[in-house]
Ligand binder design. Structure first.
Ligand code: BG6
Length: 485
């Protein structure tokens, strides 16, 4: 089957940094379906060769050792450029004509990829519809929409409705690149291809869950965007809630897009809404020192660069088990990890110098990035030291077991979109329910009774208050930077 991938926003960063390198890597691995062409669309006037050259320079930079001149030249033969403004009917009709002439066959699968500024998503979609470039009854036509899907529930709904006017829901692929990460998919495997975890994965054995996405980098050159967004829109509404869904969901009956997404959506539906005092008690917000001096940050900005939330999934499995989610910029190190903190043993037999040893609870840490692996902590005896105990672990690292280079999330996502598998993409109800959970927190943080914005030093695990907040609840953050092998 022949395929064409039409990238709107061809001159942007996402195209050169992520999409083209991912397609080239798939091509090198022989995974890009044989008759596939890539057509870039943007306003700049490039010839096909000029655009290819431009992409080659960037590909060399981003792909480093995996770039090869010979394979690039083969790959580049499938890459084309069609200049045009996607808001202009004439330009879109010219593109339609170009596709007709260039596509390998008339029944080619066509994937439109919106890699433009989000303000252009709706105009692009409606032009595609108006120019007759979409058959909503054909599974051959699909569209990929990049994050952000709206900036709140109302705008997400507007975008979803605009997209559903032209495409049917199963033609729409909403990207959350966290779902393309190997170690996130491995969580599905860990949970649903092993039987030993399932009996423990509930309120009877789990004290609480921590999901941390810490970034070492500050906002840098993106402050103009970031200041309007803040950490809740930038990270929680999408990536952190995706990780929560995968951790908390029930087992789907089959690995099929809608069955997987049905189970994920049920988690969002079960989230306990926050009201009144909850915003002060169950949320922490912070801003790193020096954020106000970043270029394009308005004076006195209250935008949170760090947040911690305590969420509950009100269902039988998770009744009253807190899910602590936190994320921030300019933190101690880059790490994404999910910690399943098990309950303490109910009764302790062992003593040290006649004092009862405090029971140590087991912990399962799933490291998503940059150290990709799984780590289980349990108690063992210190040899030749009476009945003294120590914490030991079983450690699995992707790196030790797998010697290839870990693929970038976009490789998997682009291939799935091309082949029509939407399991790792967000459905409209998923996105809207995620905003339903996040919008009230954003509103509460903008209200006169908003909780304070705690400042934190660059290179910390967020504000000190975040640790005090956990300690008051008798818990501790797992503040551990991953060991990279
Ligand atoms: C993006 C956010 O969605 O995810 C960025 O807009 C953030 O602010 C990035 O840095 C993190 O992605 P990753 O894959 O580097 O963890």
């Amino acid at each position: 089957m022949a395929h064409s991938i039409v990238i709107f926003g061809a001159s942007g960063d996402l195209t050169s940094r992520k999409l083209i390198p991912a397609l080239y890597s798939l091509f090198c691995k022989g995974r890009l379906p044989e008759d596939t062409i890539v057509v870039g669309v943007a306003r700049s006037e490039f010839s096909h060769d000029e655009w290819r050259r431009e992409l080659r320079e960037k590909a060399k930079k981003f792909l480093r050792d995996s770039y090869r001149d010979e394979t690039w030249n083969d790959f580049a033969k499938r890459v084309f450029y069609s200049p045009g403004d996607l808001t202009e009917r004439e330009d879109m009709l010219r593109l339609a004509d170009f596709l007709k002439k260039t596509e390998p066959s008339a029944d080619c699968t066509r994937l439109y990829y919106l890699a433009t500024m989000p303000q252009l998503y709706e105009p692009a979609i409606s032009q595609l519809g108006a120019c007759g470039m979409v058959d909503r009854h054909s599974s051959r036509h699909r569209i990929v929409i990049e994050k952000p899907i709206g900036t709140d529930l109302a705008s997400a709904k507007r975008l979803n409705q605009a997209a559903q006017k032209v495409f049917s829901e199963d033609q729409i692929y909403r990207i959350d690149h966290y779902l393309g990460k190997e170690s996130v998919q491995n969580m599905l495997v860990l949970r649903f291809a092993n039987s030993i975890f399932e009996p423990l994965w509930n309120r009877n054995y789990v004290d609480h869950v921590q999901i941390t996405v810490a970034e070492e980098v500050p906002v840098g050159s993106r402050a103009g965007y970031y200041d309007k967004s803040g950490v809740l829109r930038d990270m929680f509404q999408n990536h952190l809630l995706q990780l929560l869904m995968i951790t908390a969901m029930e087992t789907p009956s089959r690995y099929e897009a809608d069955l997987v997404r049905d189970e994920k959506v049920k988690v969002l539906r079960a989230l306990r809404p926050m009201t009144g005092e909850d915003f002060a008690e169950r949320t922490v917000r912070g801003q790193y020192e020096g954020y106000l001096k970043e270029k394009d940050v308005p004076a006195g900005s209250q935008t949170a660069t760090f947040a911690a939330l305590k969420l509950y999934v009100d269902n039988w499995r998770w009744n009253n088990v807190p899910f602590y989610l936190r994320s921030g910029k300019a933190m101690s190190c880059r790490t994404t990890q999910i910690v399943i903190q098990f309950r303490e043993p109910p009764h302790m037999l062992f003593t040290a110098s006649k004092k009862l040893i405090r029971p140590q609870a087991n912990r399962l840490v799933m490291q998503i990035q940059p150290a990709e692996g799984i780590h289980l902590e349990f108690q063992t005896k210190v040899p030749d030291a009476g009945m003294s105990l120590r914490s030991s672990d079983l450690d699995y690292s992707f790196d030790r077991e797998y010697h290839g280079e870990m693929p970038d999330a976009y490789q998997r996502l682009l291939l799935d979109a091309l082949l029509g598998d939407a399991s790792l993409f967000a459905r409209s109800d998923e996105v809207e329910l995620a905003w339903t959970a996040i919008d009230p927190i954003i509103a509460a943080w903008q209200s006169p009774s908003a909780p304070p914005v705690y400042s934190y030093q660059v290179g910390n695990w967020g504000p000190d208050y975040s640790s005090e907040w956990m300690e008051r609840q008798g818990r501790q953050w797992y503040d551990v930077c991953p060991v990279l092998h």
